[in-house]
Design a protein around this ligand. Structure first.
Ligand code: HEC
Ligand code: HEC
Length: 251
């Protein structure tokens, strides 16, 4: 009986740790209030810039994004946006939201593709993901995705760099603890692209990832690389069920 009680207790403690929690839960009250107020939230500037690009109808071109997706993106499928990154065999496998936008930009609009992580691409991504604000993250974890997720998880648990440390050391084992004046969160992706008060700019998931790598003195994976995409996939799937907060406000 006793042993059983201990096992049940342990199992419930683990379940609490495994419960996904947004970085929002780790913020102080004033940063939360800033995020929640559309007029105060500095990330809304990127949403507006993305909206302008979304409407932009270039001379001699057939389409703007809004020609196909509605003036304010009301034709976009917000439940579908919450599923990104997705598996799409026609587009070569794993497709992040940035890659989807770039695909439309290049294939549907016949434009020269944007560089992964470019400010236009991040602004468009911010606008598009903000359309799905409040939708629950719903990344596919079975079927074709299973093997890719396993690779992402391996990267998440791999030690890198001079400090020989893995994502999970900070964001699983030490979540809730302080590190250099910051409270470690679970490192969730539901707020991206997000506005970073310390940097004074909008930041994509993969840019944030690179900052974490630099912080533990490891060589970051390039934006748009296979490894960065796999980490984005795994981290996003950890956040299944969390509401999309784009643009979140973080330190
Ligand atoms: C010529 C029409 C066309 C244009 C122009 C276009 N798209 Fe798309 N877009 C599509 C189609 C078709 C899909 C796939 C829908 C599906 O799979 O059901 C799609 C899918 C998407 C999705 C995935 C979510 C969803 O609703 O399926 C996003 C995000 C998106 N487009 C953003 C953009 C952005 C940003 C631009 C401008 C840079 C753009 N699109 C320009 C046709 C277009
Ligand atoms: C040395 C500790 C450390 C390691 C290792 C680390 N990070 Fe972080 N990470 C931080 C700190 C500090 C922050 C800012 C506070 C927070 O949200 O945890 C952060 C923030 C994040 C965020 C933003 C969370 C949000 O809500 O805005 C993501 C995503 C993230 N990390 C992913 C990763 C991934 C993926 C790895 C592995 C490649 C990693 N981190 C490795 C320290 C670390």
């Amino acid at each position: 009986m006793r042993l059983l009680a201990v096992v049940v207790l342990l199992a419930s403690a683990l379940a609490v740790c495994a419960e996904p929690m947004s970085g929002y839960a780790f913020l102080d009250a004033s940063t939360r209030a800033m995020q929640d107020d559309e007029f105060e939230n500095p990330g809304m500037v990127a949403v507006d810039r993305g909206a302008a690009l979304f409407h932009e109808h270039r001379e001699a071109e057939e389409y703007s994004c809004s020609s196909c997706h509605g003036q304010d993106g009301e034709g976009l499928d917000t439940a579908e946006i919450a599923r990104y990154p997705v598996y799409d065999a026609n587009l070569g496998g794993l497709v992040t939201l940035q890659r989807r936008v770039n695909y439309c930009w290049e294939i549907h609009m016949d434009r020269f593709p944007l560089t992964p992580g470019s400010s236009e691409l991040i602004a468009l991504e911010t606008f598009v993901r903000n359309r799905a604000h409040g939708e629950q993250v719903n990344v596919q974890t079975d079927g074709d995705m299973a093997a890719l997720l396993a690779r992402g998880e391996t990267l998440y648990n791999t030690r890198f760099g001079q400090l020989d440390i893995a994502c999970q050391h900070c964001h699983v084992q030490h979540q809730g603890q302080m590190l250099r004046g910051q409270k470690l969160s679970q490192g969730q992706s539901n707020g991206f692209p997000e506005y970073r008060l310390g940097r004074g700019r909008i930041t994509s998931f993969q840019q944030r990832l690179a900052e974490c790598f630099v912080s533990f003195r490891a060589e970051p994976f390039e934006a748009g690389s296979e490894e960065a995409d796999l980490l984005e996939l795994f981290v996003s799937s950890r956040g299944n069920g969390l509401p999309i907060e784009t643009p979140a406000v973080r330190f």
